[in-house]
Design a protein around this ligand. Structure first.
Ligand SMILES: *[C@@H]1O[C@H](CO)[C@@H](O)[C@H](O)[C@H]1NC(C)=O
Length: 134
């Protein structure tokens, strides 16, 4: 299941998370992330505890991913937001997109441990901006 879900926009969508705090570039380096992988890494229907949500993400690469953002929204809304005109991000990049409504997120940051016993802090957020890679 590749990104032809995007219909007339057959471009790769890799969304790294909200516009602040800064998100890692490691997803970006992978040029063929599928929708399923994107959803596994970045979409959950409701707020999560990072300690219980991150093991599934970490299983893919068998390491403690340093940071990760889960968006609590539908894939459709995320894609729709990323297809809106771009706005300049705080740090000067051009790939921020303002959503119609604030999007609930959970920001996970590694606090220690070694794989598979990674430890994370959990920070709920509400953000108006998404940082998208198209
Ligand atoms: C949108 O992105 C382009 C480059 O991709 C940039 O030149 C332009 O300034 C950006 N627009 C805004 C409002 O940041």
């Amino acid at each position: 299941m590749m990104l032809n879900l995007l219909g007339p926009f057959p471009l790769l969508l890799v969304l790294l998370g909200s516009w602040e705090p800064v998100h890692p570039l490691d997803d970006w380096a992978q040029s063929s992330v599928t929708v399923q992988t994107f959803m596994l890494r970045h979409l959950r229907p409701r707020p999560v505890n990072c300690q219980t949500a991150m093991p599934r993400v970490n299983l893919q690469d068998k390491r403690c991913k340093p940071k990760n953002t889960f968006l609590h929204d539908s894939l459709d809304n995320v894609v729709a937001t990323c297809l809106l005109p771009n706005r300049t991000c705080r740090k000067g990049q051009y790939n921020c997109h303002q959503s119609a409504n604030c999007i609930g997120m959970t920001y996970c940051c590694r606090t220690g441990g070694t794989y598979p016993n990674c430890r994370y802090s959990t920070t709920p957020q509400n953000q108006l901006y998404l940082h998208c890679f198209l």
